[in-house]
Design a protein around this ligand. Structure first.
Ligand code: HEC
Ligand code: HEC
Ligand code: HEC
Ligand code: HEC
Ligand code: HEC
Ligand code: HEC
Ligand code: HEC
Ligand code: HEC
Length: 434
């Protein structure tokens, strides 16, 4: 367990009542310190099963006062496994007076919003994996551009093997076009998952681990990912809902073993996968990772998809998850077919570039992004419809591959041809005749 890697043993006992709970768990009390470590998994069962608030009656300063100022937070944190493992408010919030972003508070100093640096004291592996993923700096760069990073973060960004891939910077222009009054509630609501903090650490763990519950059940459910992975350009949630996996979840999920210890889940606990299970969770012989790119073969979000640097080993890792429930031939055939669908969409996007090229060559498209209808059509073709077709194929959503995907691509190709011919004619040039 990572929490013990640093060797720090929690010492701030919430209450003496806690001892009774642990005693009830039947753990031998030889040394209090050893007990905290060993009792944690037994305690998990008590907390998860009975929702006992271990902070009730606590004499801890932060808790006593916050039980009346922010009772919801104390209630939520009180039933978490971390509270049970004796991790205190101070462990995440309290910092030295000169710590970047420190606020003076009730005779000490705190962070209002603890950074990933606070988690990394006890969860170094999760933080390392997260930092190596596109949920970290790449997500932030996708929004603001690499130019916004300081030299230290730029170096970190460039060292992420699958991070630097950013073939199309036109999308960043929307961030500037729309302006901060909008983007504060738009792009930032999703892309700040990888924003740097004042102390230099990266990312918002609380984007998935919603405030103070730190519940495995909550974070394993697809609704957690739905906050961001939704909408016309990346409808992964909608696709999942119409897939056999999503149907199993919607109809049978109430009975799944959501609180199973991390790294121990099998098909007995989960008869069908959620987003987390395929992309992140330990499952069967696959270990848990916070690098969500670790099992991906293609850069699917790109206009024209290319294989990832570690495509082959990534593919084996994802297939290891599939193979817990499907047989080898099924998985191989599925992958071969989905590869072919990916290449077919690539061809359409390349075709759209050919269609627009005469206009670009003749200087008949303005250099400004998103200032004429053809810019939107050209963009939607791959950014909405092409990507949706690919995601639908890979995650078993036929309606998205078809009617929200391929069909819309064909429609956009026809629109583009007509728009280009009209503009050429208007300028007194030969239409391309597509
Ligand atoms: C005597 C009461 C009291 C004590 C003790 C206390 N707090 Fe607070 N805390 C408050 C109040 C009241 C607020 C809301 C302040 C406001 O709205 O400006 C607050 C706000 C906070 C915030 C939000 C700060 C922000 O600006 O976002 C955090 C985090 C916090 N407290 C953590 C702690 C921690 C950790 C401890 C223990 C080290 C602690 N508090 C001890 C009363 C207390
Ligand atoms: C495991 C780390 C962790 C622990 C332990 C923790 N917090 Fe927090 N806390 C956070 C994070 C992360 C945020 C930022 C959430 C956000 O801004 O969305 C936060 C935000 C807050 C806020 C400000 C948000 C608001 O809505 O007002 C308060 C107040 C707060 N915590 C109080 C507490 C108290 C009291 C305890 C102990 C009972 C505690 N926290 C224990 C991680 C922790
Ligand atoms: C002082 C050490 C410490 C800090 C700081 C800390 N954790 Fe933990 N965390 C633990 C321990 C110990 C456990 C194990 C609890 C158990 O399994 O009984 C744990 C468990 C967890 C779990 C799994 C919960 C479960 O039900 O198995 C999550 C998720 C988690 N921590 C997230 C975070 C995040 C996010 C932060 C930073 C905002 C953070 N932790 C900060 C010590 C810490
Ligand atoms: C609803 C959440 C959400 C909003 C709002 C959002 N994005 Fe995204 N964005 C995502 C997700 C999720 C992906 C990943 C899609 C994938 O990998 O399949 C993504 C992908 C991207 C990418 C491609 C990945 C890369 O690193 O090149 C860019 C660029 C991007 N977004 C920029 C923006 C900009 C700029 C805005 C605002 C104008 C914005 N996004 C608004 C969720 C969002
Ligand atoms: C994209 C969503 C997401 C983000 C962001 C995220 N996590 Fe998690 N985390 C998960 C999921 C899903 C699980 C459950 C994995 C499983 O099924 O065992 C998890 C489990 C954990 C656990 C307990 C299991 C373990 O690995 O031991 C810890 C600790 C944890 N996360 C810490 C963090 C920290 C620290 C951060 C920020 C650096 C973070 N998480 C950011 C989704 C996320
Ligand atoms: C707060 C918003 C947010 C949440 C919540 C979120 N993601 Fe993401 N995710 C993003 C963004 C933004 C990107 C695009 C990053 C980039 O490529 O620039 C992304 C990218 C990804 C990718 C592609 C990574 C790559 O290497 O291309 C996967 C897979 C993924 N997320 C899975 C998940 C899963 C599973 C969950 C839920 C457990 C989840 N995400 C929750 C915002 C989010
Ligand atoms: C059955 C397993 C499975 C489930 C369930 C699943 N995915 Fe996927 N996902 C995949 C596969 C396979 C790919 C394509 C991987 C590749 O590139 O080889 C993929 C691709 C993605 C991508 C695109 C990454 C890129 O390159 O642009 C994102 C983002 C993503 N999934 C998020 C999610 C989210 C969010 C959910 C839940 C709503 C989800 N996935 C459910 C298996 C799954
Ligand atoms: C935890 C078990 C589990 C895992 C892991 C899993 N699946 Fe499934 N899958 C199912 C179930 C259950 C169904 C529903 C149909 C059935 O009973 O065969 C299904 C159905 C499918 C179907 C549709 C079959 C049809 O007849 O329409 C495809 C395709 C598929 N899965 C692909 C995958 C891929 C690819 C992976 C890995 C990325 C994967 N699955 C991982 C359990 C799983």
């Amino acid at each position: 367990m990572d929490a013990q890697d640093g060797g720090s043993v929690p010492t701030n006992w919430w209450t003496t009542g806690r001892l009774a709970i642990i005693g009830f768990a039947g753990v031998l009390m030889v040394l209090a310190a050893i007990l905290v470590i060993n009792a944690s998994s037994t305690d998990t069962i008590i907390a998860a099963g009975e929702g006992i608030n271990v902070l009730e009656g606590s004499t801890n300063e932060c808790v006593e006062c916050h039980a009346s100022t922010t009772p919801g937070i104390v209630e939520q944190y009180g039933v978490s496994t971390m509270a049970l493992a004796n991790v205190g408010c101070e462990d995440c919030h309290e910092v030295a007076a000169d710590y970047p972003g420190a606020l003076e508070h009730e005779g000490t100093h705190i962070l209002g919003s603890p950074s990933a640096a606070m988690c990394s004291d006890c969860h170094p592996a999760e933080v390392r994996q997260f930092n190596a993923s596109r949920h970290a700096l790449p997500a932030y760069v996708a929004m603001v551009g690499a130019g916004a990073l300081n030299p230290e973060h730029l170096e970190m960004y460039e060292s992420i093997p699958e991070g630097g891939f950013n073939p199309d910077r036109e999308r960043n222009s929307l961030y500037h076009l729309e302006g901060p009054a909008i983007t504060r509630f738009a792009c930032e609501g999703c892309h700040n998952v990888g924003a740097p903090a004042a102390d230099g650490s990266v990312g918002e763990c609380q984007a998935c681990h919603l405030r103070h519950e730190f519940s495995l059940e909550q974070v394993r459910k697809p609704e957690t990912c739905n906050h961001c992975h939704i909408g016309p350009d990346h409808p992964q949630f909608e696709i999942y809902q119409e897939s056999p996996h999503g149907i199993s979840y919607a109809t049978g999920g109430d009975d799944w073993n959501w609180d199973v210890e991390s790294g121990r889940a099998t098909a007995v606990d989960f008869p069908a996968p959620t987003c987390a299970l395929c992309h992140l969770s330990g499952f069967g012989s696959m270990g848990t990772t916070h690098d969500v790119g670790d099992r991906l073969t293609w850069f699917l979000f790109a206009p024209v998809s290319e294989p990832r640097p570690d495509a082959n080993s990534n593919r084996v890792r994802m297939q290891t998850v599939c193979l817990e429930c499907h047989n080898g031939t099924f998985v191989d055939e599925f992958y071969a077919d989905a590869d072919a669908a990916t290449l077919a969409v690539n061809d359409w996007v390349l075709e759209s570039r050919e269609i627009v090229k005469p206009l670009q060559d003749a200087g008949l498209m303005t250099p400004e992004p998103f200032d004429e209808p053809i810019d939107f059509e050209f963009f939607n073709l791959w950014h909405h419809w092409g990507r949706t077709a690919k995601f639908g194929a890979w995650m078993q959503g036929p309606d998205y591959t078809q009617w929200h995907g391929a069909y819309e691509v064909l429609h956009s190709l026809a629109e583009l041809r007509e728009m280009v011919d009209d503009k050429l004619k208007e300028a007194g040039l030969e239409p391309a005749g597509g």
